[in-house]
Design a protein around this ligand. Sequence first.
Ligand SMILES: [Fe+2]
Ligand SMILES: [Fe+2]
Length: 221
Amino acid sequence: MGLHAAFRKRFLDVLASIYIYNEHRGYTSLDRVLDAVRARCPEDAAFIAAVEKHRADEEKHYRMFKRWFELRGEMPLKVDRTCGHIDHFIESVFGCTIEDLDTGAIVADPDAFEKLCRVIMVTEQRGMAQVEVLLTNPHIRSDKAMTRIFEIVEKDEPSHWQPYDAWLRAHGRRPNATWRERWTDYWIHKSLMLAKLPAVFLNRRNPRLTAWPDEDATVYA
Ligand SMILES: [Fe+2]
Ligand SMILES: [Fe+2]
């Protein structure tokens, strides 16, 4: 394999591995948000339906990347929560891991819930901007299946942050990210792109997953 072909293969491999981690992290975390929202505001049917749609989309994205790896005959590279945008964001804003986040207490506390909504919104808006960039990338463009995946993600993304924005506005809460939240998002993104992604790319001994995370929730541990 030529150098260009090898670079392209590894680039797509690393990118899809980071995406599949984030998609899986997304829908499993939204399960917990949903439980809390259903318990706290069962009358808010439209909002619950929007979060359910968001959760279903993230699982759909996960399954598209899973299919991509299956067709390639390879498991994704094993990455950890240092490659998770939402992981860093939650840790920075709430001072704990996603596992330790008390979603019930957050939904019960309007200020904390407002922050959680904004973290989800900013993360989704970042995802939306990132997809625009990736869809112009020649390596991605050269892979028909991956281009198609990102086109679907692009189409879904706006509906992922809009319900939280609408909810915050309807409840007289602040929908715009604070200066600190913007700054946090910016640094997480930069460190993912400039440090984490290249580190996985260059680590030839980076192991692969031994099971799919939807079948074995401990594989990323
Ligand atoms: Fe997604
Ligand atoms: Fe999304």
